[in-house]
Design a protein around this ligand. Structure first.
Ligand SMILES: C[S@@+](CC[C@H](N)C(=O)[O-])C[C@H]1O[C@@H](n2cnc3c(N)ncnc32)[C@H](O)[C@@H]1O
Length: 228
C-alpha cells in the first residue's frame, strides 16, 4: 500500500483544466468541502474545525452523500467526515450537506488508503463503509479495500468500543472483513440480506448503490463490528 501524502490537484495545474467542472467547484465550494491539503493540517484538531468536542464518525467512500447527510442529520450530537475520491461525488455530497444546513459534517476528497494522515490514534467513534468498490474479477481482487492491511491501518485510529459498519451487495467483502477482524474487532452482527432481515442498525440510511441493488433484486448484506 502506497503511503505518500495525499494531495488535491489545483484546478489549473491539471492537464486539461475545465474538463471536469467539478474540480473547480470542489476548490471553491466552501465549508462543506474541506480540501485535502487543509484537512491534513486539522488532523489533531477536528474538534477545533467543528467548533466543539463531539464523537467523530467517518464514512469511507461516501459517494453521492445520501448516507453522510442522512446520518449527520439524524445525529446532530456527532461530527461526520466523508472521504470520497471522485470530485463529482464530493460536490454532490457537499450540496446535500448544504441543502440540509448541516454544520456537523464535511466531505474531503481523499484516498482512504491514506486515512492515517487525517485522523490521530484513537480519535474515531465510528466508521461506516457502504458498498466499497467490488473489484469483482480475481485479477482485480488486489484493489479491494477490505482486508487485513486496511483494517490494521484503520483499527488504531478508532477508540475501544467504536463501531465499524459495512453494507455491501458483494458478499466477498463481508467474508474478507470477518476473516481480517480477529485481534482488532469483534463481530456484533452479520446480515445476509438487510431487506428481508430488517435494517442492520436502527438509524440506517439507504445509499445510492444500495437502492440500485434493491432495484435489481440483489441482496445487500451487512456486518457490524466493534473495536477491541
Ligand atoms: C460503489 S461506490 C459506493 C458509493 C456510496 N457509498 C453508496 O453506497 O452509494 C464506491 C465509492 O467509493 C469511492 N472510493 C473508491 N476507492 C476509494 C478510496 N480509496 N478512497 C475514497 N473513496 C474511494 C468511489 O469513488 C465510490 O464513490
Amino acid at each position: 500500500m502506497i503511503r505518500r501524502p495525499f494531495t488535491d490537484h489545483a484546478p489549473d495545474a491539471m492537464p486539461m483544466p475545465g474538463l471536469n467542472p467539478y474540480v473547480a467547484e470542489h476548490a471553491s465550494f466552501g465549508r462543506e468541502i474541506l480540501p485535502a491539503t487543509e484537512a491534513l493540517s486539522w488532523k489533531d484538531r477536528w474538534s477545533e474545525w467543528f467548533g466543539r468536542t463531539a464523537p467523530l464518525h467517518l464514512e469511507i467512500g461516501s459517494g453521492n452523500g445520501f448516507y453522510l447527510s442522512g446520518m449527520a442529520a439524524q445525529h446532530p450530537e456527532a461530527d461526520w467526515v466523508g472521504l470520497e475520491i471522485r470530485y463529482k461525488r464530493v460536490v454532490l455530497a457537499a450540496r446535500k450537506l448544504r441543502g440540509l444546513g448541516l454544520t456537523n459534517a464535511c466531505v474531503v476528497r481523499f484516498d482512504a488508503t491514506h486515512l492515517h494522515q487525517l485522523f490521530p490514534v484513537g480519535s474515531l467513534a465510528g466508521v461506516h463503509i457502504n458498498h466499497p468498490d467490488p473489484w469483482a474479477r480475481d485479477k482485480q481482487a488486489k484493489h479491494r479495500l477490505i482486508g487485513r492491511e486496511f483494517l490494521e491501518l484503520l483499527a488504531p485510529l478508532m477508540h475501544r468500543g467504536a463501531e465499524l459498519r459495512l453494507k455491501t451487495d458483494f458478499p466477498p467483502h463481508i467474508t474478507a472483513l470477518l476473516e481480517a477482524a480477529p485481534g482488532l474487532f469483534t463481530m456484533k452482527a452479520v446480515y445476509g440480506d438487510v431487506l428481508t432481515e430488517g435494517a442492520p442498525w436502527p438509524d440506517d440510511v439507504r445509499t445510492n448503490y444500495q437502492r440500485k441493488a434493491d432495484e435489481k433484486g440483489v441482496a445487500v448484506g451487512a456486518a457490524w463490528l466493534v473495536r477491541d
